[in-house]
Ligand binder design. Structure first.
Ligand SMILES: [Zn+2]
Ligand SMILES: [Zn+2]
Length: 368
């Protein structure tokens, strides 16, 4: 079948929207008619050649759509179901068996290698294969093939176009707070970086009634938005010393900190901002050789903790519907982060995301 897709052809170059071929779903696969897909930082990291995913490739990993066709072995969803497509996993390793699927031992190959496990691709153009199966979906396209393990059924009574980002960026921020750090009522929480992940973390902390929610960012407009979404305090480290400010606001330091930047100096500051027995989560994507350092005595003697977090430690089948219920209850207004673009304008969406004009771009497919 012919489909429309945005192809990353060359490192660092804009996507090219072209017609390509997609195969029929195999017996363990699901064909989804894509309605909309979020644009995530990880798509751009891969387009820019910082990961070994081979180009040309169809990227996109925050897809939302309607099931079109299922293979004979599929029972989780049926044609007509509304779904989002999230990260992929193997289903059989110790992490998957323990429902810690964001730490699947095969997370990297299943999400970044860009092929089925037998090495084949469902996408091609004039007989030449194109890298597919990115995060088990490659959803920058009018149709995508995914698997039972990375498809999540969502209610049909909510605007499907909004839901794709719940599958990665928003799940990462909210899940870090609710699943990994387990921030709760009365806690103090500080987030470094107020992009879509940081703002989602703030909304989640607000939803569980954390008492002190501090946003740290160099961008005053973002800080204003953070405040409107639940931050009780904001700090611009370009103007004041953020560690001193956090100690002043909290008295002893924060019980929880979350770094979304991946910048070693920021992580050091986040750890220094912790109260005794405080925990700092880190989730930023830094270069493969990045190392972090902080003071041993401060860290050890305060019983402080540092925690790496992937995809908000979410079990998406459970967590995405939970986020939708919070949204419907008015406690998680993630739609305020989203701006829609026509699929043809995907390069503008990328540009606006890179310049910070748009927090979470979503590209929508033509109706036909
Ligand atoms: Zn696994
Ligand atoms: Zn992502």
């Amino acid at each position: 079948m012919k489909i429309l897709a945005a192809i990353a052809r060359e490192t660092g170059k804009p996507f090219s929207v072209e017609h390509i071929e997609i195969e029929e779903p195999r017996q363990d696969e699901i064909l989804v008619k894509v309605v909309a897909t979020g644009v995530c930082h990880t798509d751009l990291v891969v387009r820019d050649g910082m990961m070994p995913t081979p180009l040309p490739a169809v990227l996109g990993h925050e897809g939302a759509g309607i099931v079109e066709k299922v293979g004979a072995g599929i029972s989780k969803v049926k044609p007509g179901d509304h779904v989002v497509m999230t990260f992929n996993s193997c289903g059989t390793c110790p992490s998957c068996k323990n429902h810690d699927i964001s730490y699947c031992h095969e997370f990297f190959p299943r999400n970044f290698e860009g092929a089925r496990s037998d090495g084949s691709s469902a996408l091609s153009q004039d007989g030449t294969p194109i890298t597919s199966n990115f995060f088990g979906q490659s959803s920058f396209a009018s149709y995508a093939i995914c698997n039972e393990l990375n498809v999540v059924k969502v209610p049909a009574d909510i605007k499907l176009e909004l839901l794709g980002p719940l599958a990665c960026g928003i799940q990462t921020g909210a899940g870090s707070v609710l699943n990994a750090l387990q921030v709760s009522q009365g806690d103090s929480f500080v987030v470094f970086g107020t992009g879509s992940v940081g703002l989602s973390a703030i909304m989640a902390a607000s939803a569980v009634s954390a008492t002190t929610i501090i946003a740290v960012d160099m961008n005053d407009d973002r800080l204003a938005l953070a405040k409107s979404l639940g931050a009780t305090h904001t700090i611009n480290p370009g103007k004041v010393n953020s560690t001193e400010e956090i100690l002043k606001i909290t008295g002893y330091g924060a019980k929880f900190a979350l770094d979304t930047t991946g910048i070693p100096a920021v992580i050091k500051g986040a750890v220094e901002s912790l109260a005794p027995k405080g925990t700092c989560g880190i989730l930023g994507a830094s270069g493969p050789d990045t190392e972090i350092s902080f003071n041993e005595t401060h860290f050890m003697s305060g019983g402080r903790r540092l925690m790496g977090i992937v995809e908000g430690e979410s079990n998406p089948d459970v967590f995405i519907p939970e986020l939708i219920r919070l949204y419907q209850a008015g406690k998680f207004p993630f739609d305020k982060l989203i701006k829609m673009y026509d699929f043809q304008d995907i390069n503008q969406a990328v540009k606006d995301s890179e310049s910070g004009v748009t927090i979470k771009p979503v590209v929508t497919m033509p109706a036909a």
